[in-house]
Design a protein around this ligand. Structure first.
Ligand SMILES: [Zn+2]
Length: 296
């Protein structure tokens, strides 16, 4: 504010000097000089105010970010408190991105190995709970490619909904730009519809549903069963069991055999106990020292 006052004082002094200057200045020249000086000052003051506003806002945001960081024991916490939530993968996962995404996967065991690896590394790195997940797309010749990965991020990001499965589902949908993975590769809008009641649509194109499969290192909790149902995946494959998770103290919520039957009725194929022992070992390792955030 002091700077603006100084600028305005200088401008008015210049204008006054111009107005009372030599006899050669005409009245018109004096008016033009004065008006031009005032406009120039207004532009300069406006720029300064704008700059201060940007600077205030950015220092306020950085204060909030700093305060958040100070409150957290994790180094990779990244939560916006300004009306949005950030879901982030830990740095080690991003660094391994190319290794994960450039391969062609063929067997269930190979794909499950990645989900279990994510759960194991998540413990080692201290970036969340002992659960990993990955979503693959199955192609016509039966090989699969990786679409997204996820791991438990509940404690580091302060968000009870960030289980391995939900993180993988969110990132897959973000990548594909769709609220569902029920997609049709022959449709302009990409969405797959049940066209059995729509003869006109049926004749217009042949539906070809893309196949997305969710691999999870442990059978889903009640929340993730629901998320799986709404996600649009066509298959869920699980390693460790609900009992394995509960044996180290986790509460899995209301999950019943009928829950899986419901998924199958909805057209989602269920495969369980793929590499169960490997995944259970990761849970047991976490159970000896890790934080059980929703104890049963
Ligand atoms: Zn869950």
């Amino acid at each position: 504010m002091l700077l603006q006052t100084i600028i305005l004082t200088v401008v008015f002094a210049t204008a006054y000097a111009a107005a009372s200057n030599s006899t050669s200045s005409t009245m018109l020249e004096t008016i033009v000089t004065t008006v031009a000086s005032i406009i120039g000052a207004a532009v300069v003051v406006g720029l300064i105010n704008q700059q201060q506003s940007i600077s205030d806002s950015s220092s306020s945001s950085s204060r909030q970010r700093k305060s958040k960081r100070d409150d957290s024991s994790s180094s990779d916490t990244d939560i916006s408190v300004e009306g949005s939530v950030m879901v982030t993968l830990p740095a080690w996962a991003l660094a391994s991105w190319e290794d994960y995404f450039t391969r062609k996967y063929t067997t269930d065991e190979e794909m499950m190995s990645l989900a279990i690896h994510l759960s194991d590394r998540n413990i080692t790195e201290g970036t969340g709970g002992p659960f990993g997940a990955a979503i693959f797309e199955r192609h016509a010749d039966n090989h699969a490619t990786l679409v997204s990965i996820g791991m438990n991020r509940v404690v580091p990001l302060g968000n009870s909904t960030l289980h391995g499965e939900t993180v993988a589902i969110q990132l897959a949908q973000r990548r594909l730009g769709s609220f569902t993975l029920m997609l049709d590769e022959n449709k302009e809008d990409g969405l797959f519809y049940d066209e059995s009641h729509d003869d006109d649509e049926k004749e217009s194109s042949t539906p070809r549903k893309r196949q997305f499969e969710l691999f999870t290192s442990c059978e889903p909790c009640a929340m993730c069963l629901g998320a799986t149902l709404w996600s649009g995946v066509s298959r869920i494959v699980c390693a460790a069991t609900k009992d394995d998770a509960q044996s180290i103290g986790f509460d899995e919520g209301p999950v019943f055999e009928q829950s899986y039957e419901h998924l199958e009725k909805a057209g989602i194929q269920v495969t369980r106990n793929i590499l169960r022992e490997d995944a259970a070992k990761v849970l047991q390792r976490y159970g000896t020292s890790g934080r059980i955030y929703n104890r049963g």
